[in-house]
Design a protein around this ligand. Structure first.
Ligand SMILES: [Zn+2]
Length: 114
């Protein structure tokens, strides 16, 4: 049995004054089921001051593109898909990537969707 190559989730904060842009990007990106869901998530992220999910199940290329642009999202973090950025996640400094438990960084090991 082979496992599918790893995809990536991207977390970030909405850049100052970029809320409308962020709603469009989130809705278009498919991480939220509706514009309302995207708006709620944005308000919650701003209220608590924590990064929100801004892209799910992305290729490495798409994740890097989100990280390298600073609008509409800033302070962008990239994680292995399904791996929440918590204290149990491991971190690859080379790829600035959070990944899950027992395996090596999926980008270092080459088992990922480019
Ligand atoms: Zn790595």
């Amino acid at each position: 049995m082979t496992e599918d190559p790893i995809r990536f989730d991207v977390y970030g904060k909405v850049a100052l004054g970029a809320t409308a842009e962020a709603v469009d990007a989130l809705h278009a990106g498919g991480a939220y089921s509706s514009e309302l869901a995207a708006r709620i998530a944005i308000q919650e992220s701003i209220r608590i001051g924590t990064p929100m999910l801004v892209g799910a199940g992305l290729s490495w290329h798409a994740a890097e593109a989100l990280r390298s642009s600073n609008r509409p999202f800033c302070e962008v973090l990239v994680a292995q898909e399904g791996c929440s950025i918590g204290e149990r996640a491991r971190y690859c400094a080379l790829h600035e990537l959070f990944f899950a438990g027992c395996l090596d960084c999926p980008v270092c090991s080459g088992d990922f969707v480019p």
